[in-house]
Every structure is written in C-alpha cells, then in structure tokens.
Design a protein around this ligand. Structure first.
Ligand code: SF4
Length: 319
C-alpha cells in the first residue's frame, strides 16, 4: 500500500491517585505518502495526545495502554528513546501553535535552523550556512541574510512561524505534524501559512498531519479528515465526502460552527454541553448527551467505527 504511517489500536491514558482518563481510545488510521491528513476536534478530544504519541513526545504521566505505530518496517511506539530521538526532527518533525515558546529567544534564527540540521548530519560550516539560507528562502522569508541574523523577537508572528516551518523541513522529513500552526495568527497571515504548507507538501513530498479545532481551516488544506471526540475517532472521510455528506452528528455540529465571513466578529455558535471524560470501557455512545437525534440504543451500546460508504467511516448507530 502507499501508506507511510499506520497507527493501530492506540490507547493512551493519564492516571493519578484520584482518577484515570482515557485520552486516546483504540485509535487506528493511516497516513499516506505525501498525504495531508486533518485531525479535528475540540480541545481535550485526544488529537494532540495522538500526535505526541506519533512523534514520541508524550509526557511521563501518559500510559500507552496498547497500540502500534508502523513506520519504515518498525513499530516506532515501542523503540528505545535514543532511536526515537534519531527519528524526531529528521523523519518526523513538529510545528506548534506558538513559535515564541518553541524557538530559543537567545539564538539567531539562522543558527536555530542550522542546529536542527547539525543534530542529524555532519556538515561543514560553509555548506551549513548556504543550506540554511536556502531554507529561509524556501519558507518565503525576504532577505535571507538579514533574517539569518535576527532574533525571534525581532520578527512578526507570521515570520516566526515561517522560521519554525524552516526548522521542521530542515531534514526533509517524511511527516510534518502541525498542531494548530495558524491559530494564533490573523486571517491573512493564516492563509499565507496554509499556502506555504501546501507548497512544502508538493515540493518536498512530506506528509502532513494537520491538527485543528476548526473544520474551516482543515477544509483549506486536508486531503482526508479524521474527526475525534472524547478520545474516539468518530468519523474518517475524504475532505469532499466529509463536507458534503457528514455521517456523524458531531461532525455536522462542527460544520455548523465554522465562522462564516458574514458572521465575522460575532460569537461563534458553539455546541451545547461538554466533552465527557472517559475513565474506562464504555457501553454507550460518547456523544449521546449532546446529540440531538439520540435514541435508546445510543445509551446501550458503544457504536463501532463502520464503513458507511466507500472509504467513509463513522461511529454512529443511526446514520
Ligand atoms: Fe447520536 Fe446515537 Fe449516533 Fe451517538 S450513536 S452520535 S448518540 S445518533
């Protein structure tokens, strides 16, 4: 198959003396070669925890209860930490929402990109600098020589995010995980960054796992979309199918909460109710308390993720 990453039955929980929360619940999906997969859901749905599992950066408080992540003939979920380090930043890299907290404030931007290269390659100083300048140019920053010598605080938010993207692509990764990379930016800059990620996807052939709470943003970039709710995948479909024919009531609500240009400035319509915290195995639909079409069966059985039409999966008894 042309799948590059294959996540199988991943379950991750957090536990302290008082309570346990299953943050990621039996999650399985593939990421194809140079595919852009959108992972969407409200905060606390498990999308970020899933991505941290893939890149091997789960906090110590996380327990991986089960699962495998196949990549390059290995199960990268269950390899040693030093092997994970070799993959991280080289084969898989990550872009975060707020570059200010992930960039080193005391280092010039050029040196930060250079460091990312040096970490995984032996390269002499002259070659390193010309490679960094090329990357700065590739991420659409003007005057590479000038940007090279700037500190993060001397750049705008959008420029900093471009530097972060430069670090992420420094070693031509197979997969870039982008966690809400445009959420902190204003709308114009947001669409420029999305264009840049699409360009990188085309030129570098890197796959992208794009994480967002906003189906509007996902619609601008993803080939395929995965919707998560309370740790479960509730829907998987190609972008076209998901937007034209959502098959899970939660996806439908998310679509209705996309900000429309004419509603700009007004409060977004939100989905009433809160995301439940799942503590153990459940025998009901996790969305039942917020679902407007729920029936008795929804309280009696956990729906399975089923193929409802060609390559379109949903976890719902009634659709
Ligand atoms: Fe709603 Fe029932 Fe479908 Fe859950 S299974 S989403 S409660 S209709």
């Amino acid at each position: 198959s042309n799948s590059l990453f294959s996540i199988e039955n991943l379950t991750i929980s957090f536990e302290n003396e008082k309570k346990k929360i299953i943050a990621v619940n039996d999650v399985s999906f593939d990421i194809g070669k140079s595919e852009i997969v959108g992972l969407v859901g409200e905060s606390g749905c498990g999308k970020t925890v899933t991505s941290l599992g893939i890149i091997g950066l789960l906090p110590n408080s996380a327990n991986i209860n089960s699962g495998k992540i196949h990549y390059n003939g290995k199960d990268i979920l269950n390899i040693k930490e030093d092997e994970k380090r070799k993959i991280r930043g080289k084969e898989i890299s990550m872009i975060f929402q707020e570059p200010m907290t992930s960039l080193n404030p005391l280092w010039k931007c050029g040196n930060q990109i250079g460091e990312a290269i040096k970490l995984h390659n032996k390269i002499d100083k002259k070659d390193l600098k010309s490679r960094v300048l090329k990357i700065i140019k590739n991420v659409g920053l003007p005057n590479p020589e000038t940007i090279y010598s700037k500190y993060p605080h001397e750049l705008s938010g959008g420029q900093r995010q471009r530097v972060m993207i430069g670090i992420a692509i420094a070693n031509h990764p197979d997969l870039i995980i982008a966690d809400e990379p445009t959420t902190a930016l204003d709308v114009t800059i947001q669409s420029q960054i999305l264009e840049l990620l699409k360009k990188i996807n085309e030129e570098e052939k890197s796959s992208i796992l794009f994480i967002s709470h906003d189906l509007g943003v996902i619609n601008d970039i993803a080939d395929r979309v995965i919707v998560m709710y309370a740790g479960f995948i509730v829907e998987i479909a190609s972008r076209g199918d998901l937007y034209s024919e959502p098959k899970h009531p939660y996806t439908l609500k998310l679509l209705q909460s996309i900000p429309l240009p004419e509603k700009k400035g007004k409060e977004l319509e939100s989905i009433p109710g809160i995301v439940p915290r799942i503590e153990s195995h459940i025998d009901y639909c996790p969305f039942v308390d917020r679902c407007s079409i729920a029936k008795e069966i929804c309280r009696e059985k956990l729906p399975l993720l089923e193929e409802k039409s060609d390559k379109h999966f949903a976890r719902c008894h009634l659709t």
